[in-house]
Design a protein around this ligand. Structure first.
Ligand code: HEC
Ligand code: CU
Length: 363
């Protein structure tokens, strides 16, 4: 009996229809993921700003963004055309009842069609190539521009060293630069070096991503007129604590920058109430790995501790820089960064207190 009822919905179409919810779910996950709703882990540091390459504030980042928008627009056009034609063909030429026995008309070769789908893609690729070449040419610079602030950036496992030869300043993980305006241009030119493995320097809102390679000097520049704090990170897997190799860039007004330079150049004030901690620090192996101006410490394996408290974070963004976290860090830095290259110094609780009391005076 049932076999006499004409099948209006062939099985194949049901199977095809069931793909739809899956596709919809995929698109939703992609959209949610890119909007930051999914997988947004709670970070130990409160991030003041989401760092998006779609909100550039510096000349090279703007140029890269323009190119990205052009490429996205062209690719979106291709996607809509191809997917639209596909949907049209699937619906228009779908199997209808009574079609089962018939073959569709067979078309062999069409010179016009073939010419079209050869020439149009070639034009698209040439346009993409030219636009990309132009952007690379605008963004790439091998030598510092007139009046630029030069900073040498050295990638270490797992922190960043910043040296300002012009001012004799050495600091870590947090880069301070001035704004650059049309009236008073002051771009920042970065020399990128690595102490150990390949890292990658990336501050999405300020400049493109550039690898930091041992035995090689790469370059990058920033030119922004918007003061603020911009976040970045190492973008090349460089070992266990790669994810905790963050960057903070403070863009200051000229006056603020001047004040920061002055503060960094001034020697750390020696506070007599923490003399014990200061002496203990200088008797401990800390000095083999850390530099601290005005003390015997001149190690270069770890970040400089001069003006330590002027930094907002410790451990390259692994923790906020405050007394409590410094205490935990000096006690055993692996609490924040398992695998970190600073050993547990096996200090007694009292020794930690003394050293931390001293460190917190390093304004
Ligand atoms: C074997 C070398 C070594 C020794 C010894 C050492 N450190 Fe470190 N220290 C490091 C390294 C490397 C880092 C950077 C770790 C990172 O961020 O991945 C660091 C980071 C730090 C930081 C955080 C600085 C910042 O800006 O992120 C502090 C504070 C610090 N050390 C204090 C000390 C003190 C105090 C001692 C002695 C009790 C000490 N260290 C001994 C290698 C060392
Ligand atoms: Cu790295």
């Amino acid at each position: 009996m049932t076999s006499d009822i004409p099948r209006t919905r062939p099985r194949g179409r049901i199977a095809r229809a069931s793909i739809c919810p899956f596709a919809v779910a995929c698109v939703l996950v992609l959209v949610a993921g890119s909007a930051g709703w999914v997988g947004a882990e709670e970070s130990p540091i409160e991030f003041d700003q989401v760092s998006s390459m779609f909100e550039p504030v510096s000349v090279p980042a703007e140029k890269i963004h323009e190119l990205a928008e052009l490429v996205l627009a062209i690719c979106a056009g291709i996607f809509v055309t191809v997917a639209g034609l596909l949907v049209y063909v699937v619906l228009r030429f779908r199997a209808k009842p009574g079609d089962e026995k018939r073959e569709p008309p067979q078309v062999y070769g069409s010179n016009n069609l073939e010419a079209a789908w050869t020439i149009i893609p070639i034009i698209i690729v040439v346009v993409l190539f030219l636009a990309t070449a132009r952007t690379i040419n605008e963004v790439e610079r091998k030598e510092p521009m007139e009046g630029a602030l030069e900073v040498t950036v050295v990638g270490h496992r797992w922190w960043w060293e910043f040296e300002y030869p012009e001012y004799g300043i050495l600091t870590a993980n947090e880069l301070h630069i001035p704004v650059s305006t049309a009236e008073a241009p002051r771009p920042t030119f970065l020399w990128l070096e690595s102490q150990d493995v390949v890292h990658s320097f990336w501050i999405p809102r300020l400049a493109g991503k550039t690898d930091v390679v041992p035995n090689r000097r790469n370059t990058l520049w920033i030119d922004t007129s918007v003061p603020g704090t911009y976040l970045g990170q190492c973008a090349e897997y460089c070992g266990t604590q790669h994810a905790h190799m963050l960057l903070r860039v403070y863009v200051h007004t000229p006056e603020e920058f001047e004040a920061w330079v002055k503060a960094q150049q001034a020697p750390d004030v020696i506070d007599p109430s923490v003399q014990e901690g200061r002496e203990l620090f200088q008797r401990t192996a800390c000095i083999n790995c850390h530099t601290l101006d005005g003390t015997v410490a001149d190690g270069t394996y770890g970040p400089t501790l001069s003006h330590l408290m002027s930094r907002k974070t410790i451990g390259a963004g692994a923790a906020e820089n405050n007394e409590e976290n410094l205490r935990k860090w000096v006690q055993n830095p692996a609490i924040f960064k398992p695998g970190v290259r600073m050993p547990d110094m096996k200090l007694t609780s009292e020794e930690v207190d003394q050293i931390v009391a001293y460190l917190t005076t390093l304004q």
